[in-house]
Design a protein around this ligand. Sequence first.
Ligand code: DX5
Ligand code: ZN
Length: 225
Amino acid sequence: MPEIQIMPSILAADMANLEADCRRALEAGADGLHIDIMDGHFVPNISMGPAVVEALSRRLDTHMSVHLMIVRPDLYADRFIDAGADTLLIHIESPCDIRKTLQRIRERGVRSGITVNPGTTASSVLDLMEAGLVDEVLCMTVQPGFGGQSFMADVLPKITEFRHTAPDIDISVDGGIDAETAPRTAAAGANILLAGTFLFRAADMRTAVDTMRKDCEKAWSARPA
Ligand code: DX5
Ligand code: ZN
């Protein structure tokens, strides 16, 4: 049975004090860290590379969810796994052999995830889910590339569609997740909440994590069958 998990997206952390800010998130009760990798081609922004994942995984004992927003995730999956990724999320929109890449991630003993942009239909990844190639489906709730954008509510029916198709899979949401939008996605069937700006800018991160978890657990268990 999927469980509610709260993972801060470190794109919104203080980059000049990254280790300390990540520790702050873990001490606030986060279930892991979400690390956004952007190459300036797949998305119009550049963020971090494998060296940052490696440095953080050397210092912190937590689950590292690595989100590859890059053109050729097939060429870099091994590098991020070697760096310490525990979950590796690739995009269905990336121009590479998606099946082979997911299989490779699995072979390396890492959780595999497929990510869909807001405009991409659920049907485009159903065959991968049916083939049992993914442990997690990440529904982008903004156009990928930048933190601090507004949540796109029209993605909610797609989350429900995924949940009906795969009741036991992990479904995550990423982009514009805050105290108000997180429970709406949990009610739709999401169980992993990825949130950057809201959690790192919260006056009290522990309260923000606790409240998000409680409200999502409530919405998740009250959701219609
Ligand atoms: C967007 C990234 C997100 C981003 C979320 O491309 O994948 O993980 O950090 O940021 P917020 O929570 O600020 O919308
Ligand atoms: Zn992300």
